[in-house]
Design a protein around this ligand. Structure first.
Ligand code: SAM
Ligand code: SF4
Length: 329
């Protein structure tokens, strides 16, 4: 089948698959304080309903799949999901973004199932602060999960840190120090506005500011590979460090021109842009018995309307109703 190319010539080869809308943390920048109205079980795609479009998308050039959520490790049988996706012809890499709370007990099975890339989200290295950010008390489980992943040879493990002024921005140097002896790539993520996620301009710290704070102590050597069309993080090494430092600059210096991503929400909606309300309800199509060719045609039509860039600051979440936890990051 023809590759998935939008009207700006961007080829889509990466699928982010949200496998649940449930979560065991309540991160204040992701989940609204009142929680979210959970979808009914029958609204969530079954494994079979995930496999079929994954195979179709692989035929159209998707090569990398990342499982996310909600918290993907809360999806029962997630190892089977990883194994089946890894076995889809054409899929080269399966990754996962997890909050790490349940990771330790799943790691070996996930690795056996074919999981290659692991991103763990942890926004503070201070146990007492973890509760303020996540409204839960699982700090030590996350750290144990991270250390276990390193022991099992996941390398580099990516450590996602959403940087929020007044919450954890004073820990930038601590995180950098954390990767001195660990093969961990810490990625400082700009705080993005979504519905009901407490975003405020004065809490937002742009990439340039984070970088200059770090450079006062550690000289950063660019690792960027400008030829990698899908790169989202600006990566740096530090002499003598096993780990590296990256920045996800979605807001201050967006990378929309390189976007190669499609997103499928747990309830089966294809989202073409994180910050745009445009969706294609794949669940309805699958359940109506729509043939592959028709799904492919509708997806291409939707892709043709994908905007060139987001306007997240003017219109958080593109004015749509979904919160970050329902989109999957
Ligand atoms: N529960 C998993 C986790 O936390 O890793 C996966 C889902 S979570 C929505 C995926 C990623 O989105 C996490 O790294 C999280 O930190 C990030 N994220 C959530 N809300 C964000 C926001 N407002 N701005 C930037 N990143 C955000
Ligand atoms: Fe849950 Fe991940 Fe959102 Fe935190 S960032 S509330 S762990 S989905």
């Amino acid at each position: 089948m023809e590759p998935l190319i939008d009207s700006y010539g961007r080829t889509h080869s990466y699928l982010r698959l949200s496998v649940t809308d449930r979560c065991n943390l309540r991160c204040v920048y992701c989940m609204p304080p009142e929680g979210i109205l959970r979808k009914d079980r029958e609204e969530i795609l079954s494994f079979e309903e995930i496999f079929r479009p994954t195979g179709l998308f692989a035929d159209m050039g998707i090569r990398k799949v990342r499982l996310t959520g909600g918290e993907p490790l809360l999806r029962c049988g997630v190892e089977r999901l990883v194994a089946c996706i890894a076995a889809v012809p054409g899929i080269e890499t399966v990754g996962m973004t997890t909050n790490g709370v349940l990771l330790k007990d799943h790691l070996e099975a996930l690795q056996k199932a074919g999981l290659k890339l692991l991103n763990i989200s942890l926004d503070t290295l201070r146990p007492e602060r973890f509760g303020d950010i996540t409204l839960r008390q699982n700090f030590s489980q996350v750290l144990e999960g991270l250390e276990a992943a390193l022991k099992l040879g996941f390398a580099p493990v990516k450590l996602n840190v959403v940087v929020i002024r007044g919450a954890n921005a004073d820990e930038l140097l601590d995180f950098v120090e954390f990767v001195r002896d660990r093969p961990v790539s810490v990625r400082f993520i700009e705080y993005m506005p979504f519905r009901a996620n407490n975003w405020r301009q004065d809490r937002f710290m742009p990439f340039r500011e984070m970088k200059s704070v770090i450079e006062e102590k550690y000289p950063l050597v660019p690792l960027d590979n400008p030829d990698d069309p899908s790169r989202v993080a600006r990566e740096f090494s530090i002499q003598g460090f096993r780990g590296s430092v990256g920045f996800i600059t979605s807001i201050s210096e967006h990378f929309c021109g390189n976007c190669n991503r499609l997103r499928l929400s747990a309830d089966g909606c294809m989202q073409l842009c994180l910050h745009n309300p445009g969706e294609l309800n794949l669940r309805h199509l699958l359940r109506a018995g729509c043939p592959d060719e028709e799904i492919a045609r509708l997806l291409r039509n939707a892709l043709a309307a994908k905007p060139y860039e987001h306007h997240a600051l003017e219109s958080p979440c593109g004015g749509r109703d979904r919160t970050m936890i329902e989109i999957g990051g």
